[in-house]
Design a protein around this ligand. Structure first.
Ligand code: PMP
Length: 442
């Protein structure tokens, strides 16, 4: 296998890399030096197709001059302004523009700086909302096995990843989980939405039976879990979750950090599945990945439920120094302009069938145990090698990188989500490089 050389002027000791096997990585670092459109350029000068839109965030493709210009302009006019008891016009404009594209009814926007912060913010709003509504006993939070909701204690706790429990042990109390919908026995190689699994939403009834509805504040799920390997919602599943949450007065939160901003060929997964949650958490594509930013969209009912008490009392004791940062707002507004001008939030709809057929053409290659797709998301899952989860996926990822394709791996699932500017020829290239690597690594 080729090992790419990085300039020996780069010292790798100090940077403690996130979500990375540091020691392994630093033996043969994979480094990008620039990016344009669908491609990264590696430090050794190779073009590498971006098969994962960075980390599911560069939806309009790399190096958009309009965003760069907006950021530069903003930095030289108003580099920072507080949003605590002060403000700046861009923040209001940005929230209005987001509200325009939000699923109907979710038009109140609270700004954060990341997906993790959006999740913790939404969970706290859920708790505050029930208190304000005279139901302070509703404190329990329900997540889902295999859920990923970021790295804060709230998000980690409602998340369903064993690695977090192994490494950090302490999680929030009062959290429970419904079962995940990943089911290779019934749904392997399902195209688009899997047929089986809607009944798993009935786990909410089990939670209610076990804990009592009057103790449950919210259920949070990703419509399509991405970080845990792209698991499209089974047919009818989200509808059932919505019904049960409504029936029991439980708030439903969709974590749309990945699925937001066009990933499924609709602005949000809520539009795609035709199910409206009470809150939606977002980040990533909100600024095309350029400047850290996130947003929680809430219903008016939640927002207005908290706009109580004397006018001079703050309604929500929550916020971040960088909430509605002017530079993030400028980047976000420029991003929304691009999404609109190029109709990118719906572009995936016209490519989804091509994407699905291309990915499923890899069925039958050695060790491939499942292929999943939804909108412009997809995953090819290979069997673990000798029982070691992630080893084969890692080798395929490295081989692909060396041959000009970057994507995000999750265990042995090779997760794909190209920028929404992707053309059919790029899809062909992605699938061809991936298929060859799967064979080579076998
Ligand atoms: N929620 C979901 C569904 C995510 O996929 C992610 C990140 N991949 C997060 C939350 C956390 O976002 P961040 O890394 O920006 O904190």
């Amino acid at each position: 296998m080729t090992v790419h050389q990085i300039p020996n002027t780069i010292k790798t000791d100090s940077f403690w890399m996130p979500f990375t096997a540091n020691r392994q990585f630093k033996k043969a670092p994979r480094l990008f030096s620039s990016a344009k459109g669908m491609y990264y350029t590696s430090v050794d000068g190779r073009q590498v197709i971006d098969g994962s839109a960075g980390l599911w965030c560069v939806n309009a493709g790399h190096g958009r001059p309009q965003i760069a210009a907006a950021v530069e302009r903003q930095l030289s006019t108003l580099d920072f302004a507080p949003s605590f008891n002060m403000g700046h016009p861009l923040a209001f404009d940005f929230a209005e523009r987001l509200a325009e594209i939000a699923p109907k009814g979710l038009d109140r926007v609270f700004f954060t700086n990341s997906g993790s912060e959006s999740v913790d913010t939404a969970l706290k709003i859920a708790l505050a909302y029930h208190r304000a509504a005279g139901q302070p006993s509703r404190t329990r939070l329900i997540g889902r096995e295999r859920g990923y909701h970021g790295v804060g204690f709230g998000g980690m706790s409602v998340g369903g990843m064993v690695a977090n429990r192994r490494q950090f042990a302490t999680h929030l109390p009062g959290v429970d989980h419904i079962r995940h919908t990943h089911d290779l026995a019934r749904n392997a190689f399902a195209k688009d939405q899997p047929e089986h699994g809607a009944e798993l939403a009935d786990d909410v009834e089990r939670m209610v039976a076990l804990h009592g509805a009057d103790t449950i504040a919210a259920v949070i799920v990703e419509p399509v879990p991405g970080s845990t390997a792209v698991l499209p919602a089974p047919k009818g599943y989200l509808q059932r979750l919505r019904e049960l949450c409504t029936k029991h007065g439980i708030l439903l939160i969709f974590d749309e950090v990945i699925t937001g901003f066009g990933r499924l060929g609709t602005p949000f997964a809520a539009n795609f599945y035709g199910v409206t949650p009470d809150m939606m958490t977002t980040a990533k594509g909100i600024t095309n990945g350029t400047v850290p930013c996130g947003a929680v969209f809430t219903s008016r009912q939640i927002h207005d439920g908290l706009m109580v008490g004397p006018d001079n009392a703050m309604e929500l004791f929550h916020g971040y120094t960088y909430s509605a940062h002017p530079v993030a707002c400028a980047a976000g507004l420029a991003t929304l302009d691009i999404y609109k001008d190029e109709a990118l939030l719906t572009r995936g709809a016209s490519l989804a069938d091509y994407w699905r057929d291309a990915l499923h053409s890899l069925k039958g290659l050695p060790n491939v145990v499942d292929i999943r797709n939804q909108g412009l998301m997809g995953a090819v899952e290979v069997a673990p090698r000798d029982g070691v989860v992630g080893a084969r996926g890692y080798d395929i990822m490295v081989d692909c990188f060396n041959r000009g394709l970057y994507f995000r791996m999750s265990g042995d699932s090779l997760a794909l989500s190209p920028p929404l500017i992707v053309e059919k020829s790029h899809i062909d290239d992605i699938v061809s490089i991936l298929g060859d690597s799967i064979k080579r690594v076998a």
